[in-house]
Ligand binder design. Structure first.
Ligand code: OGA
Ligand code: ZN
Length: 370
């Protein structure tokens, strides 16, 4: 095993250089920011304490909070620090043959004959991950839930997260428990393709920049998620860079908003909001792989919370997020009874075809006159 010579490493402190209004340097390469035609606006960027932050989060609307200091204690978490302090526990590291890292559920892989894994998952010590990054042969993305195997310095940093800040929102919005904090250490250019999660998420950026593209839950029909029983449940089937409009015609009408998050930013990703996240190229970290210079990575930690309890009285018309929940439950019930996805598709078509179209429908009032 080769040791990295730490003295030779060119580490860019995100504290000292070029502080901007948010206190961090703006060192991503503009040309690595994707410009999709479906991007229609920006996610608001607000300072912590702005009353609109509370309003947006309470209304399940995304917002970037710029100086919450939520993970200020983790400001030193670069590759070198993580290698020293992550401990000897094993970490999940994904390898992809493309820049995309589509999530898939390992447990469902065998139930879908012909399914080819979009990524391979390895378990390795952090030091092995760094070694593999140094070799520069593969595209890798470490995604590991923070646990008690991390070293004492990281435990200290973790304890110093501004927990009271997120707990306040947890209470305000009646979210359930914090379920996990996922640590994401990715190579620049890595993409987590469009998907939604079934939890509330405070996504805290620590090192490097990410372009976060969000679609509201009412865009469900434009984004064509895989069937609920598929290993890629909750992921869009559409390749955003090369969309197949014949299979996915409504993707032509999809609308998204975006934010670029950097060190110190926290993005609130509401449950059921679709997100596509790309690690941007840095202009100051190294972007060549050599043994003298550490490879540039992005580091994020998210805070996943269980959803608020379903209200006793559901307001009509249903909101898009409630509709998604109901549709998923119907699909899950059918999956349990019927199994075969093709048959499920046929049954769902039979339920609706020629029956719920407005033009042909005799209005309820007309039908009941006599
Ligand atoms: C998330 C997520 C992906 C990424 O935090 O929910 O999808 O690449 N993150 O940061
Ligand atoms: Zn996600």
């Amino acid at each position: 095993m080769e040791n990295i010579n730490i003295d030779k490493q060119r580490h860019v402190s995100n504290e000292i250089e070029m502080p901007l209004q948010n206190g961090f340097s703006n060192d991503f390469d503009e040309s690595s920011v994707k410009k999709y035609s479906f991007l229609k606006g920006s996610i608001p960027r607000l300072r912590d304490g702005d009353p609109d932050v509370d309003r947006l989060i309470s209304a399940n609307k995304p917002v970037v909070i710029t100086d919450s200091k939520l993970v200020q204690s983790a400001k030193d978490w670069n590759l070198e620090y993580l290698e020293k302090n992550m401990g000897n526990g094993k970490n999940f590291v994904f390898q992809s043959d493309t820049r995309k890292f589509m999530y898939h559920d390992e447990k469902r892989v065998t139930q879908w004959p012909g399914f080819r894994r979009p990524t391979r998952r390895y378990e390795m010590k952090f030091s092995n991950f760094v070694e593999m990054l140094q070799m520069g042969r593969e595209r890798l993305y470490l995604q590991q839930t923070l646990n008690d195997t991390v070293g004492p310095n990281m435990v200290r940093d973790f304890v110093k997260f501004r927990w009271e800040w997120c707990t306040r929102y947890q209470r305000l919005c009646r979210w359930g428990d914090l379920t996990s904090n996922l640590l994401l250490v990715g190579m620049e250019g890595n993409i987590t393709p469009g998907h939604f999660d079934e939890q509330e998420n405070f996504f805290a950026q620590i090192l490097g920049y990410k372009q976060c593209i969000l679609f509201p839950p009412d865009q469900f029909e434009c984004l064509y998620p895989f069937p609920v029983s598929h290993p890629c449940d909750r992921q869009s089937q559409v390749d955003f860079d090369n969309p197949d409009f014949t299979r996915f015609p409504k993707f032509q009408h999809v609308k998204a908003i975006e934010a670029i998050v950097g060190p110190g930013d926290v993005l609130y990703i509401p449950m059921y909001w679709w997100h596509n996240i790309e690690s941007l190229r840095s202009s100051t970290q190294s972007n060549t792989f050599s043994h003298e210079v550490p490879p540039s990575v992005t580091v994020s930690v998210n805070f996943w919370y269980k959803a608020a309890a379903i209200p006793d009285r559901i307001e009509r018309p249903l909101k898009a997020n409630h509709k998604v929940a109901v549709m998923r439950n119907i699909e899950k019930m059918l999956t349990e009874v019927v199994g075969d996805p093709e048959e499920i598709g046929n049954m769902l078509k039979t339920i609706t075809e020629g029956r719920y179209d407005h033009q042909q429908q005799i209005s309820y009032d007309t039908y009941h006159q006599s």
